[in-house]
Write a protein that binds this ligand. Structure first.
Ligand code: SUD
Ligand code: ADP
Length: 347
């Protein structure tokens, strides 16, 4: 058990999907320029941080090194796949923020995981973003939004979006964000696999496929992003369904050919369209409305093409403090309910 100063600060942070993902050629720094439309969905990880430099015992965060542990029900797969050493993205975020703040990362970080690991939904990035917001609150840092976004981008290409949430156009490595007008809710079915795909390996496979592409069998590229932005703004799921596209999908399917069946099964189950999320292997299916998503999820879960399915909607806000903010009353009996914890400081 740990010594701690003050109560933990807890942040809830959403998963993302890519409605559109155009991948440019390999850059000299090992990255690819992207044009992407992110949307945050209501699948959340929770991050709790607590100071460790002195003080009283806190139950919610137990022992472990260097400062990260998994909270709640933890599956064997999560235990196997999530590093609890200094390479954990949440810990890397803590170290990066401590450096900017000119202090030690004298904290413990608890991660309650719901976002699939290595699933193309940016769960690790979400944990990093949640840690940045939680520590900004715990340490009462007066960092501006721009400075926090810069720290986020240094930790990973998707981290800034997890802070931002909603729907956003991402360029550069994905870290340059512009909010996209999206007042309408879209309904999704998310098909999770029992394994992950490595993001760098999927980008590498796309480079390989493109280098061996011939005029007879070209590797197609997604179209322009503008129609996607218009469809998002209109709120018309049928228009958006025709425009979902991901340049990494060919690479993900090449590495995991079973995804072809998953994508077909979702549409056969009644979805308007399906697409691999980011580097995969998670597939997301856009549905006409909420009840349709429930029906598609029920049928897809019996089709034997994925580990499990979730019904989700988006856009939802980015990282939010849900507990432990000195400026808010505590959660729990007498306090406010956990969801919808107020305006996002960083959006
Ligand atoms: C593909 C996307 C699409 O949103 O999402 P995921 O599938 O990971 O969720 C992202 O670009 C992933 O972002 P993120 O997972 O933060 O990537 P990073 O840690 O920054 O980079 C991991 C590795 O992916 C490759 N990479 C990443 C981003 C980018 N624009 N070009 C790249 O080539 C590089 O090989 C890099 O070393
Ligand atoms: N907090 C974390 N949660 C999940 N994975 C993490 C975390 N920290 C580091 N990782 C590593 O990052 C890799 C990518 O994880 P994740 O962000 O879940 O997937 P993706 O990049 O496909 O969206 C994982 O395979 C894991 O080894």
């Amino acid at each position: 058990m740990l010594s701690a100063v003050g109560p933990p600060v807890t942040v809830r942070v959403p998963a993302k999907i890519n409605l559109h993902l155009a991948v440019g050629d390999l850059r000299a720094d090992g990255y690819h320029d992207l044009v992407t439309v992110f949307q945050a969905l209501n699948l959340f990880d929770e991050i709790s941080v607590v100071s460790t430099h002195t003080g009283r015992h806190v139950d919610r965060i137990g022992p472990g090194a260097p400062g990260v542990e998994l909270l709640g029900e933890v599956t064997d797969a999560q235990r196997a796949e999530i590093p609890l050493d200094a390479s954990n993205l949440a810990w890397r975020a803590a170290v990066a923020l401590a450096e900017v703040a000119g202090r030690e990362p004298d904290v413990r970080i608890g991660i309650r995981k719901s976002i699939p690991v290595a699933g193309g939904m940016a769960g690790g990035s979400a944990d990093a973003a949640g840690t940045l917001l939680a520590l900004t609150t715990l340490w009462r840092l007066d960092l501006g939004r721009e400075a926090l976004m810069e720290v986020a981008a240094d930790v990973g290409s998707d981290v800034a979006f997890a802070l931002h949430g909603g729907t956003a156009l991402g360029t550069g490595r994905g870290e340059n964000l512009v909010p996209v007008l999206s007042r309408h809710t879209f309904h999704w079915v998310v098909a999770l696999q029992d394994h992950g795909l490595s993001t760098p390996a999927v980008f590498g496979e796309l480079d390989r496929l493109r280098s061996t592409s011939t005029p007879e069998s070209p590797v197609k590229r997604v179209g322009d992003v503008e129609p996607v932005l218009e469809a998002v703004a209109s709120g018309e799921a049928r228009s958006l369904a025709l425009l979902l596209g991901n340049d990494l999908q060919a690479a993900a399917v090449s590495m995991d050919p079973g995804l072809r069946r998953t994508l077909r099964a979702g549409v056969a189950a009644g979805a308007l369209a399906g697409v691999v999320s980011g580097s995969g292997p998670t597939c997301v299916f856009l549905c006409a409305d909420g009840p349709s998503a429930v029906r598609v999820a029920a049928e897809l879960s019996g089709a034997g093409v994925c580990r499990t399915v979730r019904v989700a909607h988006g856009p939802v806000p980015g990282a939010r403090v849900i507990d432990g903010d000195p400026a808010r009353p505590p959660r729990g009996p007498g306090g406010p309910p956990a969801p919808d914890p107020g305006p996002n400081m960083y959006a």
